[in-house]
Design a protein. Sequence first.
Length: 133
Amino acid sequence: TPDGLYVQEASWGLGQANLNLGAYAAASAAFEQALAIDKGTDVAAKSRYCLGMTAAMAGDTAQARMEFLVVDPLYPTYPEWAASALIRAARTALDDGMPDKAIGDLERILARYGDTPAAGEARELQAQISGQQ
């Protein structure tokens, strides 16, 4: 419903505000609330992405990577969010010393989302990783 979408947007906005304030638990709760309203919208896709960002900013890289990785299979109809989440997953893997996992994430971006802005970033990251190995 249109009203539900407004509430979902408001919940996402509240999550963003709390994330910017460093109130990670409150941010996560607001993003989860947005997801509970309707899981099939672009707001849901960006809420899932933001759950990853929240975990990353809170220092929980394992949780962040998990959240980023589920955006792709859950929201392929929102390629910008899915590809951006895979970029974040790759960066998280690199930060955690897992370049092979990062390469896999980047290859998925190029295979599935080659026409998104994230594809250029994926190619750049691949070149950086190749130069370090």
